[in-house]
Design a protein around this ligand. Structure first.
Ligand SMILES: Cc1cc2nc3c(=O)[nH]c(=O)nc-3n(C[C@H](O)[C@H](O)[C@H](O)COP(=O)(O)OP(=O)(O)OC[C@H]3O[C@@H](n4cnc5c(N)ncnc54)[C@H](O)[C@@H]3O)c2cc1C
Length: 283
């Protein structure tokens, strides 16, 4: 279908974009358009004004900021996947971006767009939770920072308000941590049926710290806190982490659909957590 008619604005500064958002009662921001355009074409949303932030260069790129990496909201999945700083300090994001969609989508879709879209099956939510990222959100009243645990609010809903723009994501450097993203799909380039983002730090041959994120195990990405606690002191082999991984479904309520029942997803979460943690410990 063809989208309903809308006005179009392509500002070159954040201030201009925020002013346009504040002025309109019915505006929508567009970045890569990989999620919004299908929504507009299906007429699930019909905003009066579409504000294209793609020309705001200040929202692009990855930079080193001491103990954190700063990833601009407009950084594409392709740029994320190929950025050496990301590979060095936030390997989990490199691995998740590698699994995300296909090259065409990765060249257009953006880091910020995927996170604000907040599809529970999105590949980037669980990694940003596991990495303990912080989200910088700008509005006409100024800028605020929200931690990853408070960013995802509900299905397709985040802490970013309708008149706000996510400008960048700060990711604490996790150099020396192993990382792995284990995604389960039936065919290539599919959204995850379930996926697990694991990052672990070893000390003296056993696991000293672990942070685990789960994809598609509820309406928002979740931390597997029971697993994280149980992993401390465990041996990093698949057998060594198996007991802790059994706790992966605690507190989850995954959907049932044509790809699998809720119970099947809970089973998958345990198996994938075991594999993801053991693989993270090897890298
Ligand atoms: C065929 C197909 C397969 C896909 N497969 C996968 C997959 O396997 N895994 C996966 O994770 N994703 C997948 N995607 C989604 C892809 O990752 C998109 O890039 C992403 O969801 C949205 O990014 P975008 O930049 O295109 O956002 P847009 O579509 O432009 O925007 C998405 C939403 O975010 C809002 N928004 C965008 N940027 C900002 C910002 N900076 N501040 C405030 N609001 C903003 C928009 O208003 C809109 O509501 C797939 C998409 C397609 C079309």
């Amino acid at each position: 279908m063809i989208p309903a008619q809308f006005d179009y604005l392509a500002p070159t500064s954040l201030e201009e974009a925020l002013a346009a958002l504040a002025e309109s009662d019915d505006a929508k921001v567009i970045a890569g358009g990989q999620s919004l355009l299908p929504v507009l074409r299906m007429r699930l949303n019909a905003p009066e004004l579409v504000i294209d932030i793609g020309k705001i260069d200040a929202l692009r790129g990855v930079r080193d900021d001491g103990d954190a990496l700063v990833i601009g909201a407009l950084t594409t999945h392709h740029e994320l996947l190929n950025d050496p700083l990301v590979a060095e300090h936030a390997l989990l994001l490199t691995k998740a971006a590698h699994e995300l969609a296909d090259p065409q989508i990765r060249h257009l879709g953006t880091f910020g767009g995927a996170l604000v879209h907040a599809d529970p099956a999105g590949d980037l939510g669980a990694p940003v939770l596991a990495l303990g990222a912080e989200f910088v959100i700008a509005g006409s009243g100024g800028t605020r920072t929200v931690g990853a645990d408070d960013f995802f609010v509900d299905l397709f809903e985040t802490a970013v308000g309708e008149d706000e723009i996510l400008t960048e994501v700060r990711v604490p450097k996790r150099s020396g941590w192993g990382a792995h993203y284990e995604k389960f799909v039936r065919v290539a380039h599919q959204w995850p049926i379930v996926a697990v983002a694991a990052t672990v730090r070893l000390d003296g041959g056993s696991i000293a710290e672990a942070r685990i994120g789960l994809t598609n195990m509820g309406s928002i990405p979740l931390r597997a806190r029971g697993v994280e606690q149980a992993l401390v002191g465990a041996s990093p082999s698949e057998d060594g982490v198996a007991a802790a991984a059994e706790r992966a479904a605690e507190g989850t309520s995954p959907p049932s659909d044509l790809n699998g029942s809720s119970e099947y997803r809970q089973h998958l979460a345990k198996v994938l957590t075991r594999r993801a943690v053991a693989a993270a410990a090897r890298h």
